[in-house]
Design a protein around this ligand. Structure first.
Ligand SMILES: Cc1cc2nc3c(=O)[nH]c(=O)nc-3n(C[C@H](O)[C@H](O)[C@H](O)COP(=O)(O)OP(=O)(O)OC[C@H]3O[C@@H](n4cnc5c(N)ncnc54)[C@H](O)[C@@H]3O)c2cc1C
Ligand code: FES
Length: 524
Protein backbone atom coordinates (compact mmCIF):
# COMPACT_ATOMS: atom_id res chain seq x y z
CA UNK A 1 0.00 0.00 0.00
CA UNK A 2 1.05 3.61 -0.29
CA UNK A 3 3.04 5.53 2.30
CA UNK A 4 0.14 7.94 2.84
CA UNK A 5 -0.91 6.63 6.13
CA UNK A 6 0.35 9.29 8.50
CA UNK A 7 -2.73 9.62 10.57
CA UNK A 8 -4.03 12.53 12.63
CA UNK A 9 -5.36 11.98 16.12
CA UNK A 10 -3.46 8.80 16.87
CA UNK A 11 -0.73 6.39 15.91
CA UNK A 12 -2.66 3.87 13.82
CA UNK A 13 -3.77 4.24 10.20
CA UNK A 14 -7.24 3.55 8.85
CA UNK A 15 -7.87 2.09 5.42
CA UNK A 16 -9.28 5.43 4.26
CA UNK A 17 -6.10 7.36 4.99
CA UNK A 18 -4.03 4.51 3.55
CA UNK A 19 -5.79 4.61 0.19
CA UNK A 20 -6.52 8.29 -0.43
CA UNK A 21 -4.77 11.66 -0.21
CA UNK A 22 -7.06 14.16 1.52
CA UNK A 23 -6.98 17.65 0.01
CA UNK A 24 -5.30 20.24 2.20
CA UNK A 25 -6.55 23.71 3.08
CA UNK A 26 -4.64 26.68 4.52
CA UNK A 27 -4.85 27.89 8.11
CA UNK A 28 -6.91 31.00 8.83
CA UNK A 29 -4.49 33.93 8.69
CA UNK A 30 -6.75 36.89 9.53
CA UNK A 31 -10.14 37.84 10.96
CA UNK A 32 -13.08 36.80 8.80
CA UNK A 33 -16.85 37.11 8.51
CA UNK A 34 -19.47 34.64 7.29
CA UNK A 35 -23.18 33.92 7.52
CA UNK A 36 -22.38 30.67 9.33
CA UNK A 37 -19.16 29.38 10.88
CA UNK A 38 -18.92 25.59 11.16
CA UNK A 39 -16.32 24.25 13.59
CA UNK A 40 -15.14 20.76 12.63
CA UNK A 41 -14.55 19.23 9.20
CA UNK A 42 -15.78 15.70 9.88
CA UNK A 43 -18.95 14.32 8.33
CA UNK A 44 -21.20 16.41 10.62
CA UNK A 45 -19.47 19.71 9.90
CA UNK A 46 -18.98 19.23 6.17
CA UNK A 47 -22.56 17.95 5.66
CA UNK A 48 -23.87 21.03 7.48
CA UNK A 49 -21.59 23.38 5.55
CA UNK A 50 -22.52 21.75 2.23
CA UNK A 51 -26.29 22.05 2.73
CA UNK A 52 -26.01 25.65 3.95
CA UNK A 53 -23.80 26.55 0.99
CA UNK A 54 -26.36 25.02 -1.37
CA UNK A 55 -29.02 27.17 0.32
CA UNK A 56 -26.98 30.29 -0.55
CA UNK A 57 -25.27 30.93 2.79
CA UNK A 58 -21.68 32.11 2.96
CA UNK A 59 -20.00 29.52 5.15
CA UNK A 60 -16.58 29.22 6.79
CA UNK A 61 -15.43 25.80 8.04
CA UNK A 62 -12.52 25.61 10.49
CA UNK A 63 -10.78 22.50 11.75
CA UNK A 64 -7.73 22.10 13.95
CA UNK A 65 -6.43 19.28 11.75
CA UNK A 66 -7.24 18.03 8.26
CA UNK A 67 -10.66 17.25 6.86
CA UNK A 68 -11.79 13.87 8.18
CA UNK A 69 -8.90 13.89 10.66
CA UNK A 70 -11.17 13.25 13.67
CA UNK A 71 -13.29 10.15 14.24
CA UNK A 72 -14.67 10.33 10.69
CA UNK A 73 -11.30 9.19 9.34
CA UNK A 74 -11.42 6.21 11.72
CA UNK A 75 -14.86 4.98 10.76
CA UNK A 76 -15.81 1.80 8.94
CA UNK A 77 -18.47 3.76 7.01
CA UNK A 78 -21.49 1.48 7.21
CA UNK A 79 -24.53 3.54 6.20
CA UNK A 80 -27.42 1.99 8.05
CA UNK A 81 -30.88 2.60 9.35
CA UNK A 82 -30.82 -0.86 10.84
CA UNK A 83 -30.16 0.45 14.32
CA UNK A 84 -27.13 -0.72 16.35
CA UNK A 85 -29.13 -0.39 19.54
CA UNK A 86 -32.16 -2.31 18.24
CA UNK A 87 -35.44 -0.75 17.21
CA UNK A 88 -37.34 -2.46 20.06
CA UNK A 89 -35.09 -0.66 22.61
CA UNK A 90 -35.61 2.65 20.82
CA UNK A 91 -39.37 2.05 21.05
CA UNK A 92 -39.00 1.48 24.79
CA UNK A 93 -37.04 4.72 25.26
CA UNK A 94 -38.54 7.04 22.63
CA UNK A 95 -41.99 5.49 22.08
CA UNK A 96 -43.35 4.06 18.83
CA UNK A 97 -43.45 7.38 17.00
CA UNK A 98 -39.94 8.28 18.19
CA UNK A 99 -38.58 4.93 16.97
CA UNK A 100 -40.31 5.42 13.62
CA UNK A 101 -38.73 8.85 13.21
CA UNK A 102 -35.29 7.55 14.20
CA UNK A 103 -35.38 4.77 11.60
CA UNK A 104 -36.83 7.18 9.03
CA UNK A 105 -34.18 9.85 9.72
CA UNK A 106 -31.26 7.44 9.30
CA UNK A 107 -32.85 6.17 6.08
CA UNK A 108 -33.26 9.76 4.89
CA UNK A 109 -29.58 10.37 5.70
CA UNK A 110 -28.53 7.52 3.39
CA UNK A 111 -30.79 8.98 0.69
CA UNK A 112 -29.26 12.41 1.28
CA UNK A 113 -25.75 11.01 0.84
CA UNK A 114 -26.81 9.19 -2.33
CA UNK A 115 -28.35 12.37 -3.70
CA UNK A 116 -25.22 14.44 -2.94
CA UNK A 117 -22.98 11.79 -4.51
CA UNK A 118 -25.10 11.91 -7.65
CA UNK A 119 -25.52 15.71 -7.81
CA UNK A 120 -21.83 16.46 -7.20
CA UNK A 121 -20.58 13.41 -9.13
CA UNK A 122 -18.47 12.30 -6.17
CA UNK A 123 -16.44 9.20 -7.00
CA UNK A 124 -16.50 7.62 -3.52
CA UNK A 125 -17.46 3.96 -4.09
CA UNK A 126 -20.97 4.66 -2.78
CA UNK A 127 -23.29 1.72 -3.22
CA UNK A 128 -26.51 0.36 -1.82
CA UNK A 129 -26.06 -3.00 -0.09
CA UNK A 130 -28.06 -5.32 2.15
CA UNK A 131 -27.39 -5.48 5.89
CA UNK A 132 -27.50 -8.80 7.78
CA UNK A 133 -27.95 -9.10 11.53
CA UNK A 134 -27.06 -12.55 12.88
CA UNK A 135 -26.81 -14.05 16.35
CA UNK A 136 -23.68 -13.71 18.43
CA UNK A 137 -22.60 -15.03 21.82
CA UNK A 138 -25.40 -16.77 23.67
CA UNK A 139 -28.20 -14.74 22.08
CA UNK A 140 -31.27 -16.69 20.99
CA UNK A 141 -33.59 -16.18 18.03
CA UNK A 142 -35.98 -14.24 20.27
CA UNK A 143 -33.63 -11.22 19.75
CA UNK A 144 -34.11 -11.44 15.99
CA UNK A 145 -37.86 -12.01 16.33
CA UNK A 146 -38.24 -9.00 18.62
CA UNK A 147 -36.28 -6.80 16.19
CA UNK A 148 -38.22 -8.04 13.17
CA UNK A 149 -41.53 -7.30 14.89
CA UNK A 150 -40.31 -3.83 15.92
CA UNK A 151 -39.09 -3.05 12.38
CA UNK A 152 -42.52 -3.98 11.04
CA UNK A 153 -44.27 -1.93 13.75
CA UNK A 154 -42.38 1.22 12.66
CA UNK A 155 -43.49 0.53 9.10
CA UNK A 156 -40.33 -1.04 7.68
CA UNK A 157 -41.96 -4.09 6.17
CA UNK A 158 -39.04 -4.82 3.84
CA UNK A 159 -37.05 -6.30 6.74
CA UNK A 160 -37.23 -10.10 6.63
CA UNK A 161 -35.94 -13.13 8.48
CA UNK A 162 -33.76 -15.65 6.60
CA UNK A 163 -32.52 -19.09 7.64
CA UNK A 164 -28.93 -18.11 6.99
CA UNK A 165 -26.86 -15.24 5.60
CA UNK A 166 -26.94 -15.81 1.84
CA UNK A 167 -23.89 -16.37 -0.38
CA UNK A 168 -21.38 -16.83 2.46
CA UNK A 169 -19.87 -20.23 3.20
CA UNK A 170 -19.88 -19.95 6.99
CA UNK A 171 -23.29 -20.74 8.42
CA UNK A 172 -24.12 -17.81 10.68
CA UNK A 173 -27.56 -19.32 11.37
CA UNK A 174 -30.80 -17.35 11.15
CA UNK A 175 -30.52 -13.64 10.41
CA UNK A 176 -32.49 -10.51 9.59
CA UNK A 177 -32.03 -8.89 6.19
CA UNK A 178 -32.25 -5.09 6.10
CA UNK A 179 -32.53 -3.92 2.48
CA UNK A 180 -31.22 -0.69 1.01
CA UNK A 181 -28.37 0.08 3.39
CA UNK A 182 -25.21 1.71 2.02
CA UNK A 183 -21.44 2.04 2.14
CA UNK A 184 -18.78 4.37 0.75
CA UNK A 185 -15.16 5.48 1.01
CA UNK A 186 -15.50 8.13 3.68
CA UNK A 187 -12.54 10.34 2.81
CA UNK A 188 -13.38 10.39 -0.89
CA UNK A 189 -16.89 11.50 0.07
CA UNK A 190 -15.63 14.24 2.42
CA UNK A 191 -13.19 15.47 -0.24
CA UNK A 192 -16.16 15.72 -2.64
CA UNK A 193 -18.20 17.67 -0.07
CA UNK A 194 -15.26 20.02 0.57
CA UNK A 195 -14.81 20.61 -3.15
CA UNK A 196 -18.52 21.41 -3.58
CA UNK A 197 -18.44 23.79 -0.59
CA UNK A 198 -15.51 25.72 -2.06
CA UNK A 199 -17.10 25.77 -5.53
CA UNK A 200 -20.23 27.18 -3.89
CA UNK A 201 -18.28 30.09 -2.38
CA UNK A 202 -17.54 28.56 1.05
CA UNK A 203 -14.13 28.77 2.69
CA UNK A 204 -12.34 25.95 4.55
CA UNK A 205 -9.44 26.53 6.94
CA UNK A 206 -7.52 23.61 8.43
CA UNK A 207 -4.87 23.54 11.18
CA UNK A 208 -6.96 26.27 12.83
CA UNK A 209 -7.88 25.49 16.40
CA UNK A 210 -10.93 27.14 17.93
CA UNK A 211 -10.38 28.25 21.51
CA UNK A 212 -13.75 29.82 22.23
CA UNK A 213 -17.28 30.28 20.87
CA UNK A 214 -19.51 33.16 21.95
CA UNK A 215 -23.18 33.30 21.00
CA UNK A 216 -25.25 36.38 20.29
CA UNK A 217 -26.92 38.31 17.47
CA UNK A 218 -23.41 38.40 16.07
CA UNK A 219 -21.48 35.28 17.18
CA UNK A 220 -17.72 35.19 17.66
CA UNK A 221 -15.42 32.24 17.10
CA UNK A 222 -11.95 32.81 18.53
CA UNK A 223 -8.98 30.82 17.27
CA UNK A 224 -5.84 29.86 19.13
CA UNK A 225 -3.91 31.97 16.63
CA UNK A 226 -5.88 34.99 17.90
CA UNK A 227 -8.13 35.53 14.91
CA UNK A 228 -11.88 36.07 15.15
CA UNK A 229 -14.59 34.80 12.85
CA UNK A 230 -17.81 36.77 13.16
CA UNK A 231 -20.97 35.00 12.00
CA UNK A 232 -24.75 35.09 12.34
CA UNK A 233 -24.70 31.48 13.54
CA UNK A 234 -22.11 28.91 14.65
CA UNK A 235 -22.38 25.11 14.33
CA UNK A 236 -20.07 23.27 16.70
CA UNK A 237 -19.47 19.90 15.02
CA UNK A 238 -16.40 18.84 16.98
CA UNK A 239 -17.70 15.34 17.84
CA UNK A 240 -17.52 16.00 21.61
CA UNK A 241 -18.83 19.54 21.90
CA UNK A 242 -16.35 22.26 22.86
CA UNK A 243 -19.17 24.80 23.29
CA UNK A 244 -21.33 22.88 25.76
CA UNK A 245 -19.03 22.01 28.66
CA UNK A 246 -21.43 19.99 30.86
CA UNK A 247 -24.92 19.10 29.77
CA UNK A 248 -24.43 16.70 26.89
CA UNK A 249 -21.22 15.26 28.37
CA UNK A 250 -23.17 14.12 31.43
CA UNK A 251 -25.58 12.24 29.16
CA UNK A 252 -23.05 10.23 27.14
CA UNK A 253 -20.07 7.95 27.70
CA UNK A 254 -16.91 7.48 25.56
CA UNK A 255 -15.98 4.03 24.22
CA UNK A 256 -12.95 2.89 22.19
CA UNK A 257 -13.60 0.48 19.34
CA UNK A 258 -11.12 -1.55 17.24
CA UNK A 259 -10.82 -2.53 13.57
CA UNK A 260 -8.73 -4.85 11.38
CA UNK A 261 -8.77 -4.89 7.56
CA UNK A 262 -7.47 -7.93 5.68
CA UNK A 263 -6.88 -8.51 1.97
CA UNK A 264 -9.33 -10.93 0.34
CA UNK A 265 -9.59 -12.04 -3.30
CA UNK A 266 -11.91 -9.67 -5.24
CA UNK A 267 -15.60 -10.56 -4.83
CA UNK A 268 -14.87 -13.56 -2.56
CA UNK A 269 -17.17 -11.98 0.06
CA UNK A 270 -20.41 -10.37 -1.16
CA UNK A 271 -20.50 -6.61 -0.59
CA UNK A 272 -22.96 -6.21 2.28
CA UNK A 273 -22.99 -5.00 5.88
CA UNK A 274 -22.77 -7.73 8.50
CA UNK A 275 -23.37 -7.35 12.24
CA UNK A 276 -23.83 -9.76 15.11
CA UNK A 277 -26.00 -9.23 18.19
CA UNK A 278 -23.30 -9.52 20.89
CA UNK A 279 -22.41 -6.63 23.15
CA UNK A 280 -19.97 -5.30 22.04
CA UNK A 281 -21.01 -6.40 18.58
CA UNK A 282 -18.88 -7.21 15.54
CA UNK A 283 -19.34 -5.08 12.41
CA UNK A 284 -18.09 -6.20 9.00
CA UNK A 285 -18.01 -4.90 5.43
CA UNK A 286 -16.01 -5.14 2.23
CA UNK A 287 -14.09 -2.33 0.49
CA UNK A 288 -12.65 -2.53 -3.02
CA UNK A 289 -8.86 -2.18 -3.14
CA UNK A 290 -7.51 -0.50 -6.25
CA UNK A 291 -3.88 -0.34 -5.17
CA UNK A 292 -1.24 -3.07 -5.11
CA UNK A 293 -1.36 -5.13 -1.91
CA UNK A 294 1.50 -6.97 -0.14
CA UNK A 295 2.18 -10.43 -1.64
CA UNK A 296 -0.26 -9.86 -4.52
CA UNK A 297 -0.43 -12.42 -7.32
CA UNK A 298 0.23 -10.77 -10.71
CA UNK A 299 -3.01 -9.84 -12.44
CA UNK A 300 -5.17 -10.68 -9.41
CA UNK A 301 -7.60 -8.16 -7.93
CA UNK A 302 -8.41 -7.74 -4.27
CA UNK A 303 -10.86 -6.32 -1.76
CA UNK A 304 -10.41 -5.60 1.93
CA UNK A 305 -12.55 -7.30 4.56
CA UNK A 306 -13.04 -4.76 7.35
CA UNK A 307 -13.95 -6.18 10.77
CA UNK A 308 -14.62 -4.08 13.87
CA UNK A 309 -15.63 -4.62 17.48
CA UNK A 310 -14.02 -5.42 20.87
CA UNK A 311 -15.12 -2.03 22.32
CA UNK A 312 -14.19 -0.97 25.83
CA UNK A 313 -14.89 2.10 27.87
CA UNK A 314 -12.27 4.78 27.09
CA UNK A 315 -9.31 4.81 29.46
CA UNK A 316 -10.32 1.59 31.21
CA UNK A 317 -8.09 -0.89 29.37
CA UNK A 318 -4.82 -0.67 27.46
CA UNK A 319 -4.67 -3.98 25.60
CA UNK A 320 -5.31 -3.11 21.94
CA UNK A 321 -2.99 -5.82 20.63
CA UNK A 322 -5.08 -8.52 22.29
CA UNK A 323 -8.29 -6.98 20.96
CA UNK A 324 -6.96 -6.83 17.39
CA UNK A 325 -5.81 -10.49 17.72
CA UNK A 326 -9.25 -11.57 18.88
CA UNK A 327 -10.87 -9.68 15.99
CA UNK A 328 -8.50 -11.33 13.53
CA UNK A 329 -9.19 -14.77 14.94
CA UNK A 330 -12.97 -14.17 14.84
CA UNK A 331 -12.62 -13.05 11.21
CA UNK A 332 -10.42 -16.01 10.12
CA UNK A 333 -12.81 -18.55 11.66
CA UNK A 334 -15.62 -17.18 9.51
CA UNK A 335 -13.82 -15.98 6.38
CA UNK A 336 -10.84 -18.35 5.79
CA UNK A 337 -10.10 -16.59 2.49
CA UNK A 338 -8.73 -13.61 4.49
CA UNK A 339 -5.06 -13.04 3.62
CA UNK A 340 -2.73 -10.52 5.25
CA UNK A 341 -4.09 -7.91 7.67
CA UNK A 342 -3.02 -4.60 6.11
CA UNK A 343 -4.62 -2.07 8.45
CA UNK A 344 -5.55 -2.08 12.11
CA UNK A 345 -6.76 0.95 13.93
CA UNK A 346 -9.01 2.16 16.74
CA UNK A 347 -11.24 5.14 17.40
CA UNK A 348 -13.71 6.57 19.88
CA UNK A 349 -17.50 6.71 19.83
CA UNK A 350 -19.76 8.60 22.22
CA UNK A 351 -22.71 6.60 23.53
CA UNK A 352 -25.70 8.75 24.62
CA UNK A 353 -27.84 7.52 27.51
CA UNK A 354 -30.94 7.31 25.29
CA UNK A 355 -29.15 5.96 22.18
CA UNK A 356 -29.52 8.91 19.79
CA UNK A 357 -27.37 11.92 18.94
CA UNK A 358 -27.58 15.45 20.34
CA UNK A 359 -28.25 17.73 17.38
CA UNK A 360 -29.70 21.22 17.66
CA UNK A 361 -29.43 24.39 19.71
CA UNK A 362 -26.57 24.51 22.21
CA UNK A 363 -27.98 23.48 25.61
CA UNK A 364 -26.24 26.30 27.51
CA UNK A 365 -28.59 28.72 25.75
CA UNK A 366 -25.91 30.62 23.78
CA UNK A 367 -27.86 32.46 21.11
CA UNK A 368 -27.41 31.21 17.52
CA UNK A 369 -24.99 28.46 18.59
CA UNK A 370 -25.83 24.92 17.43
CA UNK A 371 -24.14 21.58 18.04
CA UNK A 372 -23.93 17.94 16.97
CA UNK A 373 -22.57 15.18 19.22
CA UNK A 374 -23.36 11.68 20.53
CA UNK A 375 -22.63 9.71 17.37
CA UNK A 376 -23.23 6.34 19.01
CA UNK A 377 -21.41 4.25 16.38
CA UNK A 378 -23.82 5.48 13.71
CA UNK A 379 -22.07 8.78 13.13
CA UNK A 380 -22.10 8.58 9.33
CA UNK A 381 -25.88 8.84 9.33
CA UNK A 382 -26.09 10.89 12.55
CA UNK A 383 -23.57 13.33 10.99
CA UNK A 384 -25.68 13.60 7.86
CA UNK A 385 -28.85 14.05 9.95
CA UNK A 386 -26.91 16.86 11.69
CA UNK A 387 -26.31 18.50 8.32
CA UNK A 388 -30.00 18.28 7.41
CA UNK A 389 -31.37 19.32 10.79
CA UNK A 390 -28.91 22.12 11.63
CA UNK A 391 -29.27 23.67 8.17
CA UNK A 392 -33.08 23.59 8.54
CA UNK A 393 -32.90 25.22 11.99
CA UNK A 394 -30.62 27.98 10.71
CA UNK A 395 -32.73 28.55 7.61
CA UNK A 396 -35.90 28.70 9.74
CA UNK A 397 -37.42 25.59 8.12
CA UNK A 398 -39.62 23.13 10.00
CA UNK A 399 -37.99 19.77 10.68
CA UNK A 400 -39.92 16.94 12.30
CA UNK A 401 -36.74 15.59 13.94
CA UNK A 402 -36.09 18.78 15.96
CA UNK A 403 -37.43 17.72 19.36
CA UNK A 404 -36.25 14.11 18.96
CA UNK A 405 -32.57 15.10 18.64
CA UNK A 406 -32.73 18.29 20.77
CA UNK A 407 -29.55 18.34 22.96
CA UNK A 408 -31.63 19.92 25.74
CA UNK A 409 -33.99 16.93 25.96
CA UNK A 410 -34.41 15.04 29.20
CA UNK A 411 -35.35 11.47 28.40
CA UNK A 412 -37.53 9.95 31.08
CA UNK A 413 -36.48 6.55 29.91
CA UNK A 414 -32.84 5.88 29.13
CA UNK A 415 -30.65 2.83 28.63
CA UNK A 416 -31.35 0.03 31.09
CA UNK A 417 -30.98 2.11 34.27
CA UNK A 418 -28.38 -0.17 35.79
CA UNK A 419 -26.08 0.39 32.78
CA UNK A 420 -26.39 4.18 32.76
CA UNK A 421 -26.12 4.41 36.53
CA UNK A 422 -22.97 2.28 36.25
CA UNK A 423 -21.50 4.69 33.69
CA UNK A 424 -22.20 7.73 35.87
CA UNK A 425 -20.96 5.96 38.98
CA UNK A 426 -17.88 5.13 36.99
CA UNK A 427 -17.10 8.84 36.46
CA UNK A 428 -17.44 9.47 40.21
CA UNK A 429 -15.29 6.42 40.86
CA UNK A 430 -12.56 7.83 38.61
CA UNK A 431 -12.23 10.90 40.86
CA UNK A 432 -12.17 8.87 44.07
CA UNK A 433 -9.81 6.25 42.67
CA UNK A 434 -7.35 8.82 41.45
CA UNK A 435 -6.98 10.35 44.91
CA UNK A 436 -6.19 7.08 46.61
CA UNK A 437 -4.35 4.92 44.09
CA UNK A 438 -0.68 4.86 43.16
CA UNK A 439 0.62 5.64 39.69
CA UNK A 440 1.17 3.06 36.94
CA UNK A 441 4.88 2.98 37.86
CA UNK A 442 6.73 4.33 40.86
CA UNK A 443 9.17 6.50 38.93
CA UNK A 444 9.80 7.97 35.47
CA UNK A 445 12.86 5.71 35.17
CA UNK A 446 10.51 2.73 34.78
CA UNK A 447 8.82 4.07 31.63
CA UNK A 448 9.88 2.31 28.39
CA UNK A 449 10.83 4.54 25.43
CA UNK A 450 7.90 5.81 23.32
CA UNK A 451 5.50 5.01 26.17
CA UNK A 452 3.62 7.03 28.75
CA UNK A 453 2.72 6.24 32.34
CA UNK A 454 0.87 8.02 35.15
CA UNK A 455 3.26 8.62 38.06
CA UNK A 456 2.38 9.87 41.54
CA UNK A 457 4.31 13.00 42.65
CA UNK A 458 3.28 13.48 46.29
CA UNK A 459 -0.38 14.47 46.28
CA UNK A 460 -0.49 14.85 42.48
CA UNK A 461 -0.48 12.54 39.53
CA UNK A 462 1.52 13.38 36.43
CA UNK A 463 1.34 12.12 32.85
CA UNK A 464 4.94 11.23 31.97
CA UNK A 465 5.98 10.33 28.42
CA UNK A 466 9.43 8.93 27.60
CA UNK A 467 10.33 9.84 24.01
CA UNK A 468 12.48 7.82 21.62
CA UNK A 469 15.65 9.54 22.87
CA UNK A 470 14.85 8.73 26.50
CA UNK A 471 13.82 12.29 27.48
CA UNK A 472 10.79 12.39 29.76
CA UNK A 473 8.02 14.96 29.18
CA UNK A 474 5.86 15.62 32.22
CA UNK A 475 2.41 17.18 32.39
CA UNK A 476 -0.31 17.29 34.99
CA UNK A 477 -2.40 14.13 34.56
CA UNK A 478 -5.56 16.16 35.25
CA UNK A 479 -7.71 16.47 32.15
CA UNK A 480 -8.34 20.14 31.40
CA UNK A 481 -12.09 19.53 30.99
CA UNK A 482 -13.26 18.52 34.48
CA UNK A 483 -10.06 17.21 36.07
CA UNK A 484 -10.33 13.43 35.80
CA UNK A 485 -6.95 11.69 35.56
CA UNK A 486 -6.00 10.75 32.00
CA UNK A 487 -4.82 7.22 31.13
CA UNK A 488 -2.14 6.16 28.64
CA UNK A 489 -3.32 4.56 25.37
CA UNK A 490 -0.30 2.69 24.03
CA UNK A 491 -1.91 1.77 20.69
CA UNK A 492 -2.68 5.36 19.70
CA UNK A 493 0.10 6.96 21.78
CA UNK A 494 -2.30 9.34 23.48
CA UNK A 495 -3.54 10.31 26.91
CA UNK A 496 -7.26 9.47 27.05
CA UNK A 497 -9.70 10.75 29.65
CA UNK A 498 -12.04 8.04 30.97
CA UNK A 499 -14.72 10.53 32.03
CA UNK A 500 -15.93 12.28 28.86
CA UNK A 501 -13.40 11.23 26.21
CA UNK A 502 -10.96 14.15 25.87
CA UNK A 503 -7.65 13.02 24.37
CA UNK A 504 -4.16 14.52 24.36
CA UNK A 505 -1.00 13.65 22.43
CA UNK A 506 2.12 12.37 24.28
CA UNK A 507 3.27 15.98 24.75
CA UNK A 508 -0.04 17.06 26.29
CA UNK A 509 -1.51 18.77 23.21
CA UNK A 510 -5.28 18.37 23.08
CA UNK A 511 -6.52 16.05 20.30
CA UNK A 512 -10.22 15.67 21.13
CA UNK A 513 -12.69 17.74 23.13
CA UNK A 514 -14.51 18.48 25.28
CA UNK A 515 -11.15 19.77 26.61
CA UNK A 516 -9.96 22.84 24.71
CA UNK A 517 -6.68 23.47 26.48
CA UNK A 518 -3.55 21.30 26.60
CA UNK A 519 -2.42 19.34 29.67
CA UNK A 520 -0.51 21.64 31.97
CA UNK A 521 3.27 21.21 31.65
CA UNK A 522 5.20 20.57 34.87
CA UNK A 523 8.73 21.83 35.28
CA UNK A 524 10.94 19.30 37.06
C1 LIG B 1 -13.66 2.52 14.53
C2 LIG B 1 -14.94 3.25 14.24
C3 LIG B 1 -15.87 2.68 13.39
C4 LIG B 1 -17.04 3.37 13.11
N1 LIG B 1 -17.91 2.83 12.20
C5 LIG B 1 -19.01 3.51 11.87
C6 LIG B 1 -19.88 3.00 10.86
O1 LIG B 1 -19.61 1.96 10.27
N2 LIG B 1 -20.99 3.71 10.55
C7 LIG B 1 -21.28 4.88 11.18
O2 LIG B 1 -22.32 5.47 10.87
N3 LIG B 1 -20.46 5.39 12.13
C8 LIG B 1 -19.34 4.74 12.47
N4 LIG B 1 -18.50 5.26 13.40
C9 LIG B 1 -18.81 6.55 14.00
C10 LIG B 1 -18.46 7.68 13.05
O3 LIG B 1 -17.26 7.43 12.40
C11 LIG B 1 -18.35 8.97 13.84
O4 LIG B 1 -19.44 9.08 14.69
C12 LIG B 1 -18.37 10.18 12.94
O5 LIG B 1 -17.34 10.08 12.02
C13 LIG B 1 -18.24 11.46 13.75
O6 LIG B 1 -18.22 12.52 12.85
P1 LIG B 1 -18.16 14.00 13.39
O7 LIG B 1 -18.13 14.89 12.22
O8 LIG B 1 -19.21 14.21 14.41
O9 LIG B 1 -16.79 14.06 14.22
P2 LIG B 1 -15.29 14.10 13.71
O10 LIG B 1 -15.09 13.34 12.48
O11 LIG B 1 -14.44 13.73 14.88
O12 LIG B 1 -15.07 15.61 13.34
C14 LIG B 1 -14.87 16.60 14.32
C15 LIG B 1 -13.81 17.55 13.80
O13 LIG B 1 -13.71 18.63 14.71
C16 LIG B 1 -12.37 19.03 14.77
N5 LIG B 1 -12.17 19.74 16.03
C17 LIG B 1 -12.29 19.27 17.28
N6 LIG B 1 -12.00 20.23 18.19
C18 LIG B 1 -11.70 21.34 17.47
C19 LIG B 1 -11.31 22.67 17.84
N7 LIG B 1 -11.16 23.05 19.11
N8 LIG B 1 -11.07 23.56 16.83
C20 LIG B 1 -11.20 23.20 15.52
N9 LIG B 1 -11.57 21.95 15.15
C21 LIG B 1 -11.81 21.05 16.11
C22 LIG B 1 -11.59 17.73 14.70
O14 LIG B 1 -10.29 17.95 14.21
C23 LIG B 1 -12.42 16.91 13.74
O15 LIG B 1 -11.94 16.95 12.42
C24 LIG B 1 -17.31 4.62 13.71
C25 LIG B 1 -16.38 5.18 14.57
C26 LIG B 1 -15.20 4.52 14.84
C27 LIG B 1 -14.21 5.15 15.75
S1 FES C 1 -13.17 14.76 29.42
FE1 FES C 1 -14.28 15.49 31.07
S2 FES C 1 -12.90 15.37 32.70
FE2 FES C 1 -11.77 14.71 31.00
Amino acid sequence: MSERNTFPGGDTASIWYGTFDVPTFPALGRDARADVCVVGAGISGLSTAYLLTKAGKKVIVVDDGTIGGGESGRTTAHLANAMDDRIYLLEHVHGGEGARLIVQSHGAAIEQIEQIVRAEKIDCDFERVDGFLFLGGTDGVDVLDAELAAAHRVGWTGVSRLDRVPHVEFNFGPCLRFPNQGQFHLLKYLAGLADAIVRGGGRIYCETKVSGVEGGASCKVETESKHTITANAVCVCTNASIADMFKTHMKQAPYRTFVVAAVIPRDSVPRALYWDTTDPYHYVRVQRLDEPVPGATAGAQYDALIVGGEDHKTGHEDDATKRWSRLEQWMRERWPQALEVIFRWSGQVLEPNDYIAFIGRNPDGAENVYMASGDSGQGMTHGTIAGMLLSDLILGRQNEWESLYDPRRVSLRTKPMEQFAKENADVVLQYVKDFVTRGDVSSEADIPRCEGRVVRHGLHKVAAYCDEDGSVHIHSALCTHLKCVVQWNSAEKSWDCPCHGSRFDPYGKVLNGPAITDLEPIEE
